[in-house]
Design a protein around this ligand. Structure first.
Ligand code: NAP
Length: 213
């Protein structure tokens, strides 16, 4: 799959590493591609391009920028029609400890309204960059990646993409349920930083095999 990731920061480099290791073609989009500096562990196949070039041949575009920067990115690049856009953002307050959206809307729904031609899926927002970097295995468990979206084929595409990396895709319903995924990330941030568990943690979805019988 051809994947563009806008951003070259912690999440962008973690996603790029996992997707490239899974055999996908990954292009990072940056405002300053010549100055981008990626971790040494980034596979050499990962390219860094200007944002419009990164987008050009991508079927799936990840927005790995702060929520406040998404509007700029959408203005600066495109066309977005028909693309699957994955919103990984958490709409955090400047101190990173609270959400600035909730109850009646979410970052994902606001992004979908900004790019009506795109099929927006929320995913990866509950996974720390440090977890992405280390990979999907937590002992005998795999890290859950919750995804939510309104377009069935886009949801399936992202579920397959998540599974291709070894992470565990967990369907979380329509895009409106980003209203619950964003607070789940906020709880994870509290556990990591306010309650001292550090960033090698992740919320998991567990289901007994007999639960549906
Ligand atoms: N870090 C985590 O563990 C984590 C976990 C889940 C979700 N998230 C979400 O993932 C997103 C990225 O987080 P991060 O930790 O990777 O941040 P980061 O390391 O600070 O990287 C942010 C990236 O966004 C780019 N950027 C900022 N403003 C931009 C603009 N106006 N136009 C284009 N690019 C712009 C930056 O580019 P420059 O280098 O050119 O400034 C940088 O490459 C955030 O929305 C965050 O809430 C983060």
């Amino acid at each position: 799959m051809n994947i563009a990731i806008i951003g070259t920061g912690h999440m962008a480099s973690g996603l790029a590493k996992q997707f490239a290791l899974a055999g996908h073609r990954v292009m990072l989009g940056s405002r300053h591609p010549a100055q981008a500096s990626l971790p040494a562990s980034t596979p050499s196949s990962v390219a860094v391009l200007a944002i419009p070039q990164a987008l050009q041949s991508a079927e799936v575009v990840f927005l790995a920028v702060p929520f406040a920067a998404v509007g700029d990115v959408i203005q600066a690049a495109g066309p977005w029609d028909g693309k699957i856009v994955v919103d990984i953002t958490n709409p955090l307050t400047p101190d990173f400890m609270e959400l600035s959206r909730g109850f009646t809307t979410s970052a994902a729904e606001e992004i979908a309204r900004l790019i009506p031609g795109a099929r927006v899926v929320k995913a990866f927002n509950t996974v720390f960059a440090q977890v992405l970097d280390q990979g999907p295995d937590f002992g005998s468990e795999r890290v859950s990646v919750f995804y939510a979206g309104d377009d069935e084929s886009a949801n399936q595409c992202i579920a397959d993409l998540i599974a291709s990396t070894g992470f565990k895709p967990v369907y979380a319903g329509g895009l409106k349920n980003a209203r619950y995924l964003e607070p789940l990330a906020a709880l994870t941030i509290q556990l990591a930083y306010a309650l001292g568990h550090g960033t090698q943690i992740a919320p998991a979805f567990l289901e007994r095999p007999s639960a549906s019988s």
